[in-house]
Design a protein around this ligand. Structure first.
Ligand code: FE2
Length: 397
């Protein structure tokens, strides 16, 4: 059984000795208080830092690794949606499983073992297959959550709402929606309310693609927050993207951000996709297309960082390393203050876990699901973006 002493390692910017044995954390002591002496037969890992495993709050496994099959010539969101609509028709169970497993392996190699995927409810085979993949991944130490995501809306065409409802009934963990893509502002708001009703009926969470547009008139986030407050959904709602917030007039943005903080809705920023997909209707100057992470933090709101695309029709460059998403965010979001950079890194192993019930603790008796990083300083980790050593996964079959 693996016994390891992490000697003089950094956890939360303080120095510790920590021992794992038999798959659990068995002891730890802060260096200022003392130290753990090495034991016979024990591997010693010196220096660096330890964190919990990372969590991915927003990806699309049904579309992952498909970018090459239908090249996006323009690099735009609209062509990505068109290409996906074609690809979606030819999905098979074997292909979905193979790509899902491959992408999950990519995530684990970068230290991420909790993954929330959206699945397009326009293909119920994909929904069933990703729900089946949950079981397979659980055996490999990976938690998969599935969000029923109606890529083309639920009110724009007959049958879409029924398919979405059917997908949720199959056992999804959360109800998705895409209100800014519905035909009218009113129908967008209606889709938000229908999503909450459906989530209430099934006792599941809500996770919407919300205002993923540069249109400053796209006003769904405030409706999501109001519904979350009125229905007592605090802590069970994620609003993904929220890029329109970038373009709101400042007084309105301030009001919405206050509401986000009060409602407990978590905003998940997807910087890799949005920095290239947004701003496409702009001449110069071109907007950055990311939500207002600095202002959300300042108001006390909760923010997550997602990868969104792993080589899919929208973004071919995804690696499944959340450090890449973090690196992009701190550049484009002007988050290069020392504390801001450390907070960006911490988000990956703390706030990103909120959709999964909260971050794991690195304390005695907890499972030894830890990552060891070669640097003590989070800023160095963001600079180099190395692979961590991953502990706590079952042996490969
Ligand atoms: Fe997405």
């Amino acid at each position: 059984m693996q016994r390891i002493l992490f000697s003089d390692t950094t956890i939360d910017e303080r120095r510790w000795d920590l021992r794992i044995a038999g798959g659990r954390i068995v002891a730890r002591i802060e260096r200022s208080e003392g130290r753990l002496e090495p034991e016979a037969g024990e591997e010693i890992v010196s220096g660096g830092s330890l964190t919990p495993h990372l969590a991915e709050p927003h990806v699309h496994l049904d579309a992952a690794l498909l970018g090459q099959r239908a090249p996006n010539r323009s690099g735009t969101l609209r062509e990505g949606i068109r290409n996906w609509a074609t690809l979606r028709e030819s999905l098979t169970e074997a292909d979905l499983i193979a790509r899902g497993l491959r992408t999950a392996q990519m995530y684990t190699s970068w230290g991420t073992t909790r993954i929330r995927t959206h699945v397009d409810t326009g293909n119920l085979l994909a929904v069933q297959t990703l729900l089946a993949l949950k079981e397979e991944l659980a055996g490999r130490g990976i938690t998969l959550q599935v969000v029923a995501f109606p890529q083309e809306g639920i009110l724009r065409a007959p049958g879409r709402r029924a398919a979405w409802e059917q997908a949720v009934a199959l056992g999804c963990d959360a109800v998705g929606a895409i209100p800014h893509l519905e035909r009218t502002t009113e129908e967008g708001w209606r889709s938000v309310r229908l999503a909450f009703e459906l989530a209430e009926a099934h006792g599941v969470a809500v996770d919407l693609h919300c205002d993923e547009t540069d249109d400053p008139q796209s006003r769904n986030l405030e409706v999501v927050c109001a519904e979350a407050l009125d229905r007592g959904f605090s802590g069970r709602v994620v609003a993904g993207h929220c890029t329109a917030l970038h373009s709101y007039p400042n007084p309105h943005a301030a009001k919405v951000i206050e509401l986000v903080a009060a409602s407990g809705v978590q905003v998940v920023c997807n910087p890799l996709d949005n920095v290239v997909l947004q701003g496409r209707y702009d001449d110069y100057p071109r907007r950055r297309g990311l939500t207002r992470v600095d202002e959300l933090w300042e108001a006390g709101a909760c923010v997550g960082i997602g990868h969104d695309s792993v080589q899919d029709p929208w973004y071919r460059l995804g690696t499944a390393s959340l450090l890449d998403a973090a690196y992009m965010l701190l550049h484009v979001g002007h988050l290069t203050g020392e504390d801001q950079m450390r907070r960006v890194f911490r988000t990956l192993h703390q706030d990103n876990h909120l959709p999964f019930g909260g971050p794991p603790e690195l304390s005695p008796d907890q499972p030894a699901r830890v990552l060891w990083w070669p640097h003590a300083d989070a800023i160095e980790l963001l600079r180099e973006r190395p692979r961590p050593r991953v502990f706590g996964l079952p042996e490969a079959p």
